[in-house]
Ligand binder design. Structure first.
Ligand SMILES: Cc1cc2nc3c(=O)[nH]c(=O)nc-3n(C[C@H](O)[C@H](O)[C@H](O)COP(=O)(O)O)c2cc1C
Length: 341
């Protein structure tokens, strides 16, 4: 039996465009473990999407949240960032960028909505949920997972009692999930990170980052991973409601187009280089989540307008490995071929 009685192939939780009931349900129904990236969802939306997943499949699924992180409001830096967005707003026919009225969802309310949705597992990223919260969730029957980008984070999460660690290598698309030290200091590749976590910890490790076909799955298993979590490759499956501009950009990109940037959110993330990442490279930015909230209107309007130059195009380094995966079930089946039962 695989980890927690779940299938070995997991879709990575992906907040944003890919936080879709159709996609998560298709993965679970197709023989994988579907996970919903709920970080940007209001609690009521979490409830709706979870209900829709349940209506589509009776297979288990997971929910993922960003741990709340300390940040200081910095209106001067925020205004400077908004000024950088102004020309792009004008190009898109949007009103001048304004200070957001809400920067992030209420974490506790999101967590309560997640609990009410009764997923099989609740995973956290960008922080340590803490021993008390982990124990309380486990007492309610949930598997609790934490995300580590270096061994010290894995040890901290293990000390808080999580059931397993997601090892996020620096190949991974999306935001860096670490929380100790600087993001630059924890850019450890999946090949190096997974076995070091396996050796250091007494709990299972799930590999994330750069896995897009059966070879990557087999490699992760050989390194000691108890399951794999795949993000970027699932962006291109039929059920993923990716905007056409994002999809086209992914299909046109090559491995070297995946870069690390803080330009859209204030937090380091891996995605395709575009005009925004290039023009804001090195710019002093207010801390996450201020730019994330401030750039949302531009990103949404750009996606609607087919303007890939102004969208955050999160994608990992293996983006070109599996460009025509077909349905989610087909990709799950292809990946499962790399896993030795
Ligand atoms: C579009 C996108 C959104 C993501 N959003 C989240 C998220 O909300 N929570 C999270 O823990 N990880 C998130 N990630 C990171 C994934 O969990 C995972 O680490 C990564 O996709 C694995 O690497 P791969 O993209 O090479 O498969 C995201 C990744 C992508 C590509």
């Amino acid at each position: 039996m695989s980890l927690f009685g779940l299938p070995p192939i997991w879709i990575a939780p992906m907040a944003g465009e890919a936080a879709s009931s159709a996609l998560v349900a298709a993965v679970s129904a197709g023989g994988g473990f579907g996970q919903l990236g709920a970080a940007y969802l209001a609690p009521a939306r979490i409830a709706e999407i979870a209900a829709d997943i349940r209506a589509r499949t009776d297979r288990p699924f997971g929910i993922n949240l960003f741990c709340p992180q300390p940040w200081r409001r910095d209106d001067a830096a925020l205004d400077a960032y908004l000024a950088r967005l102004a020309a792009w707003h004008a190009e898109l026919g949007l009103p001048a960028p304004a200070r957001p009225t809400q920067f992030e969802e209420d974490f506790e309310a999101q967590l309560q909505a997640s609990i009410a949705a009764r997923p099989a597992a609740i995973s956290f990223v960008m922080g340590d949920p803490g021993a008390a919260r982990v124990a309380a969730l486990q007492a309610q029957g949930f598997k609790v997972l934490g995300t580590a980008t270096q061994v010290a984070e894995g040890l901290a999460l293990q000390a808080s009692g999580v059931d397993a660690i997601i090892a996020q290598g620096c190949e991974a698309g999306g935001h860096r999930g670490g929380f100790l030290g600087s993001a630059e200091g924890a850019l450890i590749g999946t090949m190096a990170l997974v076995p070091q976590l396996v050796d250091a910890l007494g709990i299972p490790v799930i590999a994330a980052g750069g896995i897009a076909d059966a070879r990557g799955v087999a490699a992760a298993q050989a390194l000691g991973a108890s399951a794999v979590t795949v993000g970027t490759a699932f962006l291109l499956v039929d059920e993923c409601p990716l905007s056409p501009a994002y999809r086209a950009a992914l299909l046109a990109a090559s491995d070297a187009d995946s870069t690390l940037t803080r330009a859209f959110s204030g937090r380091m993330a891996r995605g395709l280089a575009n005009r925004v990442t290039r023009e804001l490279e090195g710019a002093a930015l207010p801390a996450f989540p201020q730019p994330n909230a401030a750039s949302r209107l531009m990103r949404q309007a750009a996606a609607k307008a087919g303007r890939a130059d102004l969208i955050s195009l999160w994608a990992g380094q293996a983006l070109a490995l599996n460009r025509a995966p077909g349905t989610a079930a087909r990709l799950v089946a292809a990946l499962t071929q790399g896993w030795r039962a």
